[in-house]
Design a protein around this ligand. Structure first.
Ligand SMILES: Nc1ncnc2c1ncn2[C@@H]1O[C@H](COP(=O)(O)OP(=O)(O)O)[C@@H](O)[C@H]1O
Ligand SMILES: [Mg+2]
Length: 256
């Protein structure tokens, strides 16, 4: 999950996708890849005992480093794992890329998870670009604001370059238009980006989905509770359900 600009909804979407996937029976891990301003744990109301820095430095194993998040009740109960980030410490540029690669390889080889969702840092620092390029599937998130659009265009441009560098000519990057005033306007936003990509990049990213702007999203975040659980019929919850079906329907083994 990447974006050029912060505040577009990556963290909330990562968590909502994890909740939807876990509710459908998938084994899911969220890796908080926003190493500078980690906040997956905050949105979930978790107080992590360990985080990704502990795991990367070898102080704890992956198994001991992940936190188990349980949600829902009764028949609707679900759970997924979280590898929390650490805010404020060692800026992203200080992260060790080899250690991260090793961690991701171990996670893949262990085959313990059906989906590993990586909530990336906003922006284009080298570690974030690398994680985006090696993902099985990149979801590039934007709103319809001109600054967010310009930034996500830059993300996609760099993704094409980086993806080729890591040996893939196959591009697995789809767009998510979040906080759209309607599906129609979300699709129009996508089409604007599509035109620019076609013309300048000779490439056509797919639309993974549009998620409507919904006041219940910030209400749920403030309550550190799940929109999907508490307001399942709200527009954004319905849209997340559709987004998940689209992503899973692509039968991709992992999402980042
Ligand atoms: N679909 C939506 N409708 C309304 N508000 C949203 C929606 N998605 C995100 N937001 C708002 O955007 C804020 C930033 O979301 P967050 O997931 O923290 O962004 P990011 O991780 O990209 O910085 C949230 O606190 C929430 O209030
Ligand atoms: Mg975030």
């Amino acid at each position: 999950m990447a974006s050029g600009k912060g505040g577009v909804g990556k963290t909330w979407l990562s968590i909502s996708l994890a909740q939807a996937l876990a509710s459908s029976g998938y084994k899911v891990l969220i890796l908080d890849g926003d190493f500078g301003l980690a906040n997956v744990d905050i949105q979930l109301g978790l107080v992590p005992t360990h985080d990704v820095v502990d795991v990367l430095s070898g102080d704890v194993t992956i198994k001991d480093g992940v936190q188990h998040f349980c949600g829902g009740t009764g028949d609707a109960a679900y759970s997924f794992d979280v590898l929390a980030g650490r805010s404020g410490v060692s800026a992203v540029s200080g992260m060790n890329r080899d250690a991260l690669d090793k961690l991701l390889l171990s996670l893949r080889l262990a085959r313990q998870y059906d989906f590993i969702l990586v909530d990336l840092c906003a922006g284009i620092d080298p570690i974030t670009r690398h994680l985006a390029a090696i993902a099985d599937q990149l979801l590039a998130v934007t709103t319809d604001e001109p600054t967010a659009l310009a930034d996500v265009y830059a993300i996609m441009k760099l993704y094409l370059r980086d993806r080729r560098r890591v040996g893939g000519d196959d591009m697995h990057c789809q767009l998510v238009i979040n906080q759209a005033s309607s599906h129609r306007s979300g699709v129009q936003t996508y089409e604007k980006l599509l035109q620019a990509c076609r013309f300048f990049l000779k490439w056509e990213p797919q639309l993974a989905g549009t998620v409507r702007k919904d006041s219940r999203v910030s209400a749920a975040i403030r309550m550190q509770s799940s929109l999907l659980e508490n307001f399942p019929a709200s527009p954004a919850a319905v849209d997340v359900g559709r987004l998940v079906r689209q992503v899973v329907h692509g039968s991709l083994p992992a999402v980042a």
